[in-house]
Structures are given as structure tokens and as C-alpha cells.
Ligand binder design. Structure first.
Ligand SMILES: Cc1cc2nc3c(=O)[nH]c(=O)nc-3n(C[C@H](O)[C@H](O)[C@H](O)COP(=O)(O)OP(=O)(O)OC[C@H]3O[C@@H](n4cnc5c(N)ncnc54)[C@H](O)[C@@H]3O)c2cc1C
Length: 368
């Protein structure tokens, strides 16, 4: 039995319709999922579903809500995104005295909700972008949308040691552009051996008195030009064949305990801040089978817009941007994606209207 033929009960919340669809017996699903599906399946229909509640997703929600599209934001379990794990944000325009990351994201959300966006803090587990309405499943609910904006961000890859996690936001960072300013005339460490690590190290020389670049090998993956610049820089000191075993400090970073990969032994390196620059991982797992990715695994947009390879699906923020990775650029992309989605929906509706007008003419009997 098709979904459309299934008896439903529905209720309306604002502009969103919630349908409760009893699952059909023998619907072709494996036994385990059929047992779950025998409970009512809740269906939420929306014109636009936005996935992600970081700066990109919530900015898209503000614009989509103000365009009267009544968006539903499936914001993820990590609601608010990456800024929730940082403290001072000093480069977001409009806050001359800076603002705490979680407070900023609380304001984004409040603004989106004020215009009627609905935010649910669950992860999308599965999607079907093969036909419209698009379908997304999250926490037992099926969401149906005419247009989808993907704003699932990216995650910094961390070293994975306890002391690093404990001191995150208190001297351990993954973003020199964001936090470098706090280390004027201080000594910092950068871990990594690729282009990002070298770019971060060179950027940090503008503030820090010394930048210690720590790499576990004696070869680098970065471009020759970046390496040459770093080697020649009087403020950068290379620590090759070294691993960070522990970040030391009670409530702020004070030193690193370094291990050696070329011979036995350990060293203590006194620093005031540690920048982990071993890469980022875009959150694309549920979209990878549908949306095109680039060589680095980030979602790909088409031309100068936020359009993806699927008509009606738009992409915004760090999930497609490995170059800028800033809250303000992600927010800007969220705005662009909402405007692209709104114009696309409008063009679909205009096309439907003109074919409805054209249809009766076609049924006119032909005159001789
Ligand atoms: C430690 C740190 C400090 C930073 N400091 C600054 C700063 O000072 N200034 C600045 O401009 N930038 C800063 N940044 C960068 C900034 O946080 C990012 O550029 C920005 O958050 C990207 O926004 P986004 O909306 O694209 O993605 P994110 O903020 O990563 O948000 C992604 C969202 O997608 C959701 N999501 C992921 N997968 C799913 C799924 N399957 N289903 C549903 N939801 C999903 C997540 O829950 C999250 O809500 C910092 C980053 C870090 C890590």
C-alpha cells in the first residue's frame, strides 16, 4: 500500500501538518522494522526542512521563516553546533565586547523561533532524496519536505587524549583564526603536518612570541611553499618525531608532555595554548549516497549558488566549506541557501500554476 493510500490521522501545528500513519501489515519491510512500524508512524510535512542548528542552519531558518516558509529545523543532538564548545567569540559582527559561543547560538535559535521556525534536537538517521516530497527520518518521525537545506557542519578531528578534552576551550583550540588573538606575546603549540597546520602556525606568528609546530614524523604532507615559509620564520620552531602524550595544566594549558617516535624518551614543552590542526571531518554520513562530495569529502554545490546536484536540495556552512570555516561565513551561506530554496519553491509553484492554466486549453476540441 502506498503512503498516500494509507489512512492517516493528522493535526496541525502552526503551518506544519503532523500526520499519524498506522503502518500497513506486510509492507515489505524486514520483520524487525515492521514491528517498530506497527506503532503509529508520525509524519511531519513542511515546505522546507533544514538539517543542522549551527550558524548556517539557524540563519537559514530565520530567512526561511521570515519568507513564510514555516521551516522545520532538525537540529541534531549537538544542537547549536561547534560554537557550543567554545567560550569567547570576538569576531562575530554586532558584539563589540564579544559573546560566549553558547549564548550566541541561543540568540540565533530564539530569533529563528520568534519567526515561527520549529527546532527539534534530534539527528537525521536516514533520508530518501529520490523523489519529492523528500523524506527524512529522525527519532521515529518521518519528515516530508518540498525543499531541504543541509547544514550539518564539520567536526574538528582531535587527538583523542583525556587532557585535551578537559582543557578544550581553556587553551586547547582547533581554530587559530578564532582564538589566535588571545595569545599575544605568548607561546603556543600547533599539532599537525599538513597545510592546515602550517597555515595555522604562520597565522599565529602574528600574535604569539613563539609557535612550536609539533609533528609525529620527519616528513610533512604540506605544500613546499608553506614548509619553506615556516622553516624560514624566526618565530616557528619545528618539533619533529614528537607526539603529544598529555596536555598539562589544572584549569588552563601550561605545558605539553611530548613523546618521541624516533627514539625512547619524553620532553616537557611549556606553552600557553595548543592548536590541534590534524583535520576536519564534514558531517555527511547520511547524505553521502545522495549528494556529490569533493575530493576532501565535503558536499559540493553547483556553480555560484548553494544548489546541490539534486533539484530542491541546498547546502550551507562548514559541510561544504573547508576554506573559511567561520560562524559568519556559515551564517552567510545559510542566508543564501534559504533565499535559493525560496526562489526554487516559487519557480516550482509558478510552473505548476502555468501548467494548470495550460491544461484546460489542451482539452478544447480542435477547430477545423
Ligand atoms: C573550538 C572552536 C572555536 C571556534 N571559534 C570560532 C569563533 O570564535 N568565531 C567563528 O567565527 N568561528 C569559530 N569556530 C568555527 C565555527 O564554529 C564554525 O565555522 C561554524 O559553527 C560552522 O557552522 P555550521 O552551521 O556550518 O556548522 P556547525 O556549527 O558544525 O553545526 C552543525 C549542526 O549540524 C548538526 N548535525 C550534524 N549531523 C546531523 C544529523 N545527521 N542530523 C541532524 N543534525 C545534524 C549538528 O548537531 C549541528 O547542530 C570555532 C570552531 C571551533 C571548533
Amino acid at each position: 500500500m502506498s503512503d498516500d493510500a494509507t489512512p492517516k490521522t493528522s493535526r496541525h501545528l502552526g503551518g506544519i501538518s503532523l500526520n499519524f500513519i498506522p503502518a500497513a501489515a506486510g509492507d515489505g519491510q524486514p520483520t524487525a522494522s515492521r514491528a517498530v512500524a506497527r506503532e503509529s508512524v508520525e509524519v511531519v510535512e513542511a515546505r522546507v526542512v533544514i538539517v543542522g542548528s549551527g550558524p548556517a542552519g539557524l540563519t537559514a531558518a530565520i530567512y526561511a521563516a521570515r519568507a513564510n516558509l514555516q521551516p522545520v529545523v532538525i537540529g541534531g543532538l549537538a544542537a547549536g553546533g561547534q560554537l557550543m564548545i567554545t567560550s569567547d567569540v570576538e569576531n562575530y559582527p554586532g558584539f563589540p565586547d564579544g559573546i560566549q559561543g553558547p549564548e550566541l547560538m541561543g540568540l540565533f535559535r530564539k530569533q529563528a523561533e520568534r519567526f515561527g521556525a520549529r527546532v527539534v534536537d534530534v539527528d537525521v538517521e536516514r533520508i530518501d532524496l529520490g523523489r519529492r516530497p523528500f523524506r527524512l527520518w529522525a527519532a521515529g518521525v518521518e519528515y516530508r519536505a518540498e525543499a531541504v537545506i543541509v547544514a550539518t557542519g564539520a567536526e574538528a578531528i582531535w587527538l583523542g587524549i583525556d587532557s585535551e578534552t578537559r582543557l578544550r576551550g581553556r587553551g586547547v583550540s582547533a581554530c587559530a583564526t578564532c582564538d589566535g588573538f588571545f595569545y599575544r606575546d605568548k607561546e603556543v603549540g600547533v599539532v599537525g603536518g599538513g597545510d592546515s597546520a602550517f597555515e595555522e602556525a604562520l597565522f599565529l606568528t602574528r600574535f604569539a612570541s613563539k609557535v612550536h609546530l609539533i609533528h609525529r614524523r620527519d616528513q610533512f604532507r604540506c605544500s613546499k611553499i608553506l614548509r619553506a615559509r615556516a622553516v624560514a620564520h624566526p618565530k616557528i620552531e619545528l618539533h619533529l618525531n614528537r607526539t603529544v602524550e598529555e596536555v598539562l595544566g589544572a584549569d588552563k594549558v601550561e605545558a605539553l608532555r611530548l613523546g618521541r617516535t624516533d627514539e625512547p624518551g619524553e620532553e616537557l614543552l611549556k606553552i600557553d595554548g595548543l592548536f590541534v590542526a590534524i583535520g576536519h571531518r564534514p558531517n555527511v554520513a547520511v547524505f553521502r549516497d545522495w549528494l556529490e562530495t569533493d575530493v576532501k569529502g565535503y558536499l559540493r554545490t553547483e556553480g555560484a549558488t548553494t544548489a546541490s546536484n539534486i533539484d530542491g536540495v541546498f547546502i550551507a556552512g562548514d559541510v561544504d566549506d573547508h576554506r573559511y570555516r567561520q560562524a559568519v561565513t556559515a551564517a552567510g551561506e545559510g542566508c543564501r541557501a534559504a533565499i535559493d530554496a525560496e526562489r526554487w519553491l516559487e519557480s516550482q509553484e509558478a510552473a505548476a500554476r502555468s501548467s494548470a492554466v495550460a491544461a484546460p486549453e489542451q482539452t478544447q476540441p480542435a477547430t477545423a
